[in-house]
Write a protein that binds this ligand. Sequence first.
Ligand SMILES: *Cc1c(COP(=O)(O)O)cnc(C)c1O
Length: 398
Amino acid sequence: MSSSYFVDADGYYGEFGGAFVPEMLHGNVEELREKYLDIITDEAFQSELSRLLHDYAGRPTPLYFAPRLSAELSAKVYIKREDLLHTGAHKVNNTLGQILLAKRLGKKRIIAETGAGQHGVATATVCAMMGIECVVYMGALDVERQAPNVARMRMMGARVVPVNSGSKTLKDATNEALRDWINNPESTHYIIGSVVGPHPFPDMISRFHAVTSREIREQLKRAEGRELPDTVVACVGGGSNAIGAFYHFIDEAQVQLIGVEAAGCGVDSGETAATMRLGSPGVLHGSMSLVLQNDDGQILEAHSVSAGLDYPGVGPQHAHLQKSGRAKYVSITDAEALQAAFELARLEGIIPALETAHAFAYLKQYEPKSGEVIVVNCSGRGDKDMAAYLTELNKQEA
Ligand SMILES: *Cc1c(COP(=O)(O)O)cnc(C)c1O
């Protein structure tokens, strides 16, 4: 795709994007920039990726018409079931693409960073499947908080390295992964987990997730006789599942695109991850985008009940889609997301991830036109969040 909403020849989306990396990483990033398009658009690559997406990950995912939720809203709500993918979320679309790319680049070793552990699991999964060495950097605090995902990664043969510097969370793990990449430029590929990082990562990763909106178009055509929904809604952490759901609609001006970020305890509470709303332009993890920072440019800690949305940055394409007015971004609190997860569970028998619940929560404030066709991207399933849901259940029943 090439339009003013997609990356330009210099790696920018309007004023956002670019590649801000230390001198020592120029070689790696430059190699990727030169080769990624040729590799991933190659026919043999595409057919191997399609086969794995189908046979291994479980694509195409269903586009489910949700009758009870639709009745509640007086609209036609379709749920794109990315939660049914192997490993339980959309992230495997990206890690499958990148592991094939790493092989074509002749890399023998994979590194990744992870916060909640979901990207670490999706990376460890494809490395096991391909028989490639995998090292996952994870903040020491997150290693403690996300024990089940640490166990999954280890069971699949990945080495999980706890990072004890700084706040011992995702941002420190990312710094450690970058340091590793600097020291092992020849052998190693760094699988970044969302549409963030230096160019060409955001563009490359968005192309791997674009399969979601490609399928939505075909499936809607069969279900509704038209490829274009009126509205697409998706949650936004770094923004990868949202870009995947938006991608093939971005140049269709009549499709309304809505990204839902995490307000945490509230946009003005100081405990929030509402980067689109509160962020200002700055460089984080290799690109210029909106960033939660103080007046001195110090990155602020983000808060959300969902570990996957609690990130102080956002992909540069989202910053541009907001600034240009093409997409709209709203925010939902922890409490609203929790409530929406219970409502979806009881209306449709689908327990969403806490991240995903933010997208569903927005429907409650949304006023659809009569008969409006809305697609909600169900980015992941709630198994990993059962402890939080159980606490809430016990509260409700007390
Ligand atoms: C990681 C994750 C997210 C947030 O990441 P994006 O890059 O914004 O998609 C959202 N939903 C689920 C289920 C996740 O695991």
